[in-house]
Design a protein around this ligand. Structure first.
Ligand SMILES: *Cc1c(COP(=O)(O)O)cnc(C)c1O
Length: 366
């Protein structure tokens, strides 16, 4: 079986340094809010090109904390609106809601699977405070168009970078395009911890400091609490692991690009649609999606052929029971993407012969 993405194989490829880093933190006797966290924050801010990075517990909290901080700053209020693509991972939507704001769903384009910038302005109301583009599948959203709309309407831009660590758009890394950005280090992301982890990047000093406070029970000094915060911190073990893995991120993203190039050159089955790539730097291929109305049959066929695939995602957020307020919405492009999407194995460690077997199997599907 060719696995979709073997986390064990990825971990093994970082040995023996990975085990040494874990041992070092274990021996240090210091497990939260210490030197490893500080060092990772500095390296990751440096990598993204931002002035600040704050390590937090996970990617969803990163987004919630940004909106909580904007409320503490008096820039947003409970119930203000955030325009967000309707075909994202549900954590994006829950992150906004948990942060006290209201997600307004905007359709993506079929060709990019990212928010359709031409449909944003019609959704803006007097309560709109932010646009939240998601760089879905590792592919940069149309940040130039989004930034212009935000500027025109005086809106904040908050990026969801959970799938796009390291992608470069217009000479700038994601995480440094908006006013603030949320990252996830969930184990299977391009930069993944051995557990949960996340970060907020920004150039706004006050925002960074408020996120840090809010993520630590609202405490700015020990035992002094200015805000009703939450507990969402990046632990020392994960920070040490992430510092180690960050050094190989660009190399790994390039290997993902090579896999994607082979898929794009090799797959020529008329039943299958691929997303066109016009900017390779702006794509880190967290996921390699292919599309067909026969998705479920294709997945069963590939499983039979020994190839594991996943679906990102089977049910769109507006059709989830948890978001029943959105049930009445009709979002035909989103619904089509969720009906037709299938994710092929994607890893920097895929071998030439594995890639070839996958291409051949996909091309033989009838
Ligand atoms: C993974 C992911 C998240 C959530 O990250 P967690 O660390 O699991 O909370 C948010 N948005 C997107 C687009 C994701 O892929």
């Amino acid at each position: 079986m060719i696995p979709y993405y073997s986390l064990q194989q990825i971990s093994n490829s970082f040995q023996p340094e990975l085990s040494q880093a874990i041992e070092q933190v274990t021996q240090s006797g210091w497990y939260l809010q210490g030197g490893e966290n500080k060092q990772f924050e500095e390296s990751f801010a440096d990598y993204c090109g931002t002035a600040y990075c704050v390590g937090v517990g996970n990617g969803m909290d990163a987004l919630s904390l940004i909106f909580m901080a904007y409320q503490a700053m008096g820039i947003m209020q409970q119930g203000d609106e955030v325009i967000v693509p309707s075909n994202t991972c549900i954590a994006t939507i829950i992150g906004i809601l948990r942060g006290g704001l209201k997600p307004i769903l905007c359709e993506p384009t079929l060709e990019s699977c990212n928010i359709d910038a031409t449909k944003i302005e019609e959704l803006i109301t007097s309560r709109t405070k932010a646009i939240l583009p998601v760089h879905l599948y590792g592919r940069c959203a149309d940040m130039e168009a989004i930034s212009l709309i935000a500027k025109k309407h005086n809106l904040r831009v908050v990026e969801d970078c959970a799938q796009a660590h390291g992608a470069i758009y217009g000479g700038k890394r994601v995480g440094n395009w908006g006013d603030a950005a949320g990252f996830s280090f969930y184990p299977s992301k391009n930069l993944g911890a051995l557990g949960d982890g996340g970060a907020v990047t920004t150039n706004d000093k006050e925002l960074a400091s408020l996120v840090r406070t809010l993520a630590n029970y609202g405490s700015s000094a020990k035992y002094v609490h200015d805000f009703m915060g939450i507990n969402s911190r990046l632990d020392e073990m994960q920070a040490a692991i992430l510092s180690l893995k960050l050094k190989r991120l660009d190399e790994d993203n390039n290997l993902r690009r090579q896999v994607a190039k082979r898929y794009l050159d090799g797959i020529n089955n008329k039943l299958i649609r691929l997303l066109p790539i016009d900017n390779w730097e702006a794509n880190v291929f967290h996921i390699f999606p292919i599309f067909t109305p026969e998705r479920d049959r294709l997945q069963a066929y590939l499983t039979e052929a020994g190839i594991q695939t996943l679906i990102h995602y089977p049910i769109p957020p507006h059709q989830q029971k948890a978001l029943s307020d959105y049930r009445a919405l009709s979002l035909p492009i989103t619904e089509q993407i969720h009906r037709e999407e299938l994710s092929l194995p994607m890893s920097p460690l895929l071998t030439d012969s594995e890639i070839e077997s996958i291409i051949n199997a996909v091309n033989r599907f009838v």
